[in-house]
Ligand binder design. Sequence first.
Ligand SMILES: [Zn+2]
Length: 298
Amino acid sequence: MITNPPPWPNGARCAVAFSFDVDADSVVHAAHGSAAIAMPHALAHMRYDPFVATPRLCTLFARHAVPLTCFVPGWVAETYPAAVETILKYGGELGHHGHFHEWPSGQSAQQERESLLRGSEVLERFSGVRPRGYRAPYYGLSASTYDLLIEMGFDYDSSLFADDVPILLDNGKGQLVELSVPASVDDYNQYVSSRAFDYLMKISSPRQALEVYQAEFDALWEFGGLWVSVWHPAVSGRPAQALAIERLILHMQSKGDVWFATLGEISNHIKRLVADGDWQPRTERIPFYSEPVVDLKR
Ligand SMILES: [Zn+2]
């Protein structure tokens, strides 16, 4: 069903990267600006991230020896340093997720460059290395994002629903490894109902959410794909939801032949395969279109 799966290390059938976007209350400030400070309910909801859920998840994943990749906006790292120290203490990778969780598509190229630089500088202060991976806040990529990431030396992006296996994005000056996410493996779709975030969905039981996540994993395990979660500690790190995650880890481990890795490790593996000529991923030239295809409004 997947026509060109990459060879995974040690003959694993699939790769799994548990990734969390540690947004904390950056999303409240980004969405509501100066009004955010008068929204204690929304702020408290998201401050659950650094104070409660992130430490809980770090210990849960460490207990099962499964690595984490955490995309952290620069402002969040500056505001909640203990949470970032905890991620690093447990061997997690820090990925770039904007500075104030700005919408990249709402920024000029210069503003976006500044957010990328600022976020990178903050994360580097914690880990000693520049973040190598990026996930666009709100999946809100701009027309400039990939050019900027390539120019700034990022290795990978994990913002698209583009494929079931890694692909390459090539702008003619350089390449990025794209580590796509299964479209249904975002926890907002399952668990979030919030007027503050303009996101009113029916809340699923953890059992129902787990069914969705597990079905994606089982299919990718069968056919050799890449499974990446896009979860948020304030959403999936609450007790009932965290228990569901633990059940999923146990399910994956009981099936066996799974490569659990950070997204940085997966990106390294793909780059090595390509450099050694051992596997050729699908390559997309970016931008996908250099001019509008049609303008039906005229
Ligand atoms: Zn986010």
